[in-house]
Design a protein around this ligand. Structure first.
Ligand code: MG
Ligand code: MG
Length: 256
C-alpha cells in the first residue's frame, strides 16, 4: 500500500477544489424541491465546475459502463452511485448527492443527504445519525491514532442507534487522483485489522459513512451503477475530504 502524504501547499489546492464541491452541493440543495427531476439536479453541476476552472470527476468514471452522470444522486432506498434521470423528487424524499471535482490537478470529494419537505421521523433520524457518524470521525482523527479506533467509534454509534452500516463501500485516500490508498472503512473488519493505518499529518482522506434504516445489505441495479438497499428501506450518505493535521483534522470540503 502506497500512502501519499500531502504538503501544506497540496492541501490548500485540495481546499480550492473542495470549495467548488461545496458550491455544487449547496446549489443542488437549493433546487432540490418536489417536482424537480434528478437529471435537472445533475445539470446544475457542470456550469459551476467549469466557471471555477475545474473538472468533474464522476462523468465517464470507468466501471462496467462509463458513469453517465455528473453527480451521484441517490434517492431514498438508493445508497450510492445513483444516476441523474427522469425520477421526480417528491415531498418526504431524502436525496444523497455526491460530487467530486479537481482544480489544477487536485481533488475534493463530498456528499450530503438532503431532506425534502416533510420526511418521516425514522428517516430523519437515519440522516441525523449518519451525519453524526461523520462528525465522530472528524472529532476523533488525530496523528498517532489507528483508523480502526475511529472506525469502531463510528460503527458502534451507528449500530447502537439501530442503523445498518453498509459494508460494500468504503472511504479512501484522495489527492491528485480521487481514489487513493488507504481504504477508509466505516466499520472494523479482519481486513482492516490486518492492514490498519496509523494516522499521520498530511494524510488526506474522504471519509464517507453510509447507513441504512434497515438491513446493511445492498445490491446493484441493472443499470450497473445504482446501489440500493436489499429491503428497500432508506439509506443516507455523508462525506467530507479531511486532512490530518498536527492536532486533529481540517475539513477541506466545508466551503471555508
Ligand atoms: Mg464522494
Ligand atoms: Mg468518496
Amino acid at each position: 500500500m502506497a500512502i501519499q502524504l500531502k504538503s501544506r501547499e497540496q492541501i490548500e489546492k485540495m481546499r480550492v477544489a473542495g470549495r467548488v464541491v461545496r458550491q455544487v452541493l449547496e446549489t443542488v440543495r437549493e433546487h432540490c424541491k418536489p417536482g424537480v427531476t434528478t437529471l435537472e439536479l445533475d445539470e446544475l453541476a457542470p456550469p459551476i465546475i467549469e466557471k471555477a476552472g475545474g473538472k468533474g470527476l464522476f462523468k465517464n468514471y470507468p466501471g462496467p459502463t462509463p458513469f453517465p452522470s455528473n453527480l451521484c444522486i441517490s434517492v431514498n432506498e438508493q445508497v450510492v452511485h445513483g444516476i441523474g434521470g427522469s425520477r421526480v423528487i417528491e415531498d418526504g424524499d431524502i436525496v444523497s448527492v455526491d460530487c467530486g471535482v479537481s482544480v489544477d490537478g487536485w481533488c475534493g470529494d463530498s456528499a450530503t443527504t438532503i431532506m425534502v419537505g416533510k420526511v418521516a421521523s425514522d428517516t430523519r433520524r437515519l440522516c441525523e445519525v449518519t451525519q453524526h457518524v461523520l462528525q465522530i470521525a472528524i472529532d476523533n482523527i488525530r496523528p498517532g491514532r489507528r483508523w480502526s479506533q475511529i472506525a469502531r467509534l463510528m460503527q458502534n454509534y451507528a449500530e447502537s442507534q439501530g442503523m445498518g452500516v453498509v459494508r460494500d463501500y468504503v472511504g479512501h485516500g484522495i489527492g491528485d487522483t480521487m481514489h487513493q490508498d488507504p481504504k477508509i472503512p466505516n466499520f472494523v473488519s479482519p481486513e482492516l485489522l490486518r492492514h490498519d493505518i496509523t494516522l499521520r499529518e498530511g494524510l488526506v482522506m474522504a471519509v464517507e459513512p453510509m447507513c441504512n434504516l434497515g438491513t446493511r445489505d445492498v445490491r446493484t441495479l441493472a443499470d450497473q451503477w445504482t446501489v440500493v438497499t436489499n429491503d428497500g428501506k432508506p439509506s443516507a450518505h455523508y462525506e467530507h475530504t479531511l486532512a490530518v493535521t498536527q492536532t486533529g483534522c481540517e475539513i477541506l470540503t466545508d466551503g471555508n
